[in-house]
Design a binder for this molecule. Sequence first.
Ligand SMILES: [Zn+2]
Length: 326
Amino acid sequence: MPDDRLSISADSRWRVTRREALAAVGGSAVSVWTGSDTSSGTAVDTETTAGHRDGLVRIRVYPDAVPFRARLRYGLGDLRGNWPTPFRDALAAIESAFEHVLAYARERSRLEDLVVRVDRASPIRVPPSTTSLSADAVLPSLEALLRRFRERVQSRGALTGRTCHVLLCWSPLNYRVGYGGTLAPNSVTGMDDGGDGDALTVANVGATEVWDSRPVTQNIAIHETLHTFLSDDVVRSIGNAYCDHELGTAVRTAQNTLRISPMATAYAGPNRIGGGTRFHGTGCYDHDRFVRHDGHDGIENWVYTTEPSDATQEGVTRYLERRFER
Ligand SMILES: [Zn+2]
């Protein structure tokens, strides 16, 4: 976004506001999805914030409540339990993304002692605002959702100073949350960006399932998780990228088919309704700066790979090395 770019060039400490904002059209009314995804703030890499170094990195994934009516679409087997199919598939996608990253790293004799654990956490119910007359009581903003998510995690004693907490939420109509996101502080795992090292992020599985498809669900789950493993300094160190999204790829695999990797998901298409994903992210991005973007002219088929691009895998590897390795 132009504003983001202005703030980037005006700020020597590279600050960027990412917005996975969505625009939804319903009838004649246009409502703009402005869920934000700011995983930035000022990233300061100093000795005092150098993170913890015992070789274990945790990602805890929390399922939200899914209404009975929504569960019906997944069949009888999904009417009970806390992990209906889309949540299981989102979790599996996050696991597979880290498997890819660790395989990438180990092929290069890096991160050989690092263990990444992706855990199922017990369900979390983020209560509505206690201020009944506020807009947040009806439709929580991403900020409010993340704040309440954090309060719940904290009340469980699950804050460790080095864990990424992922909320798989089900809010298909909440345009304020959009596809999800993370906000500083608490937007980078293991790093003090004004918080305490625990990152919190939201993937709105309800939105991707209702408006898009399972592959988009999986990629957004990866996307919102990996934001918390890509600090500004690391992203900048890769091809002088401005933002995490530029580490994604959009590869033309046939004349009318574009294959999107996770960090480019919601950003690879034209900035309009139905450009790849139903809604387009309005955060920081520039197709010309993507590590690879083959253009979307004439594209009719949008396909998704859960394998992060090499640039993304290199970024996460560098981040894990700097933050968690001895
Ligand atoms: Zn993003």
